[in-house]
Write a protein that binds this ligand. Sequence first.
Ligand code: NCD
Ligand code: ZN
Length: 349
Amino acid sequence: MNTLTLIRPDDWHLHLRDGELLATVLPATARRFARAIVMPNLKPPVRTTAEALAYRERILAALPAGMSFEPLMTLYLTDQTQPDEIRRAHDSGQVHAVKYYPAGATTHSDAGLTDPARAAPVFEAMQRLGMPLLIHGEVTDPAVDIFDREAVFIERHLIPLMHDFPSLRIVLEHITTRDAVQFVRESPDTLAATITAHHLLYNRNAMFRGGLRPHFYCLPVLKREAHRSALIEAATSGSPKFFLGTDSAPHPRQDKQSACGCAGIYSAPAAIELYAEAFDTANALHRLEGFASRFGADFYRLPHNRDTLTLERVAMRVPETDPADERLPVPLRAGETVSWRIADGNAVE
Ligand code: NCD
Ligand code: ZN
């Protein structure tokens, strides 16, 4: 199979940022995906429906003429979020989920939940309205090794949450471990998970290959090979519980190549191509359409896209960004090739 036509895919976990960076990164996503679940971890975070709708307008205003793209907005859950806000979000028709960051778990998460018990009325409202809760599933307990934070989160927080709110619909975001794969597989259909391209393609050695490689540092951090292969198995299994979410998380080069570099891998400029490469290597290209274009929409109760995207097995070089401009984000594989490209002879932005 040298070409592959898919229902146009969607990205169910994306960081678009704001301002200049938003304008820089948005075209790469809009070129590939019809819709994306847009993360609310701006500074300050997107906490209300009014803020989400205003952010949506800024995204649409940044979209180059002639491109179409639908941002699916989310709210950032804080200790102060009220059930009324969930009702407003739901009624807006534009806010599709609420994001739960444990306070301090990742980039721009200081406003996150300090104690999930305080959010019980909010979870109650979401459960009633069918609004999905998106979870960054890592504990922040400094006593827990960074490579174990996902597995411990499941035990300490996710299991009790699912017990208390059995019909709350949950997406465990960007899963990285065999433990998470197994837990999602064995859970009821109220629980699904997104998987990034980078966690399918790389294990933790990538961060240390010949030196310290900040562009491979993200959260949850890359794990051992055994975990990567469990993720490949899940993504290519045909189970609708696992679907595409890039977690493309651009940061200016100067914030990554620093004494304390930010977490986040910027994969948008080759996102669907990287997934095609991962599925191809696993001899599972026939499973890519479900994962990229159907299962996520089904979970979010949205229609499938009507148009298509064709990929071809032709090596594409991911452009490098101007090394003199410290404000630009550096894409995953910059200056290297990906073995698939979008088939219109014009795959390089
Ligand atoms: C994300 C970011 O930069 O906003 N970083 C990351 O490593 N994935 C935050 C997040 O999703 O954890
Ligand atoms: Zn993210």
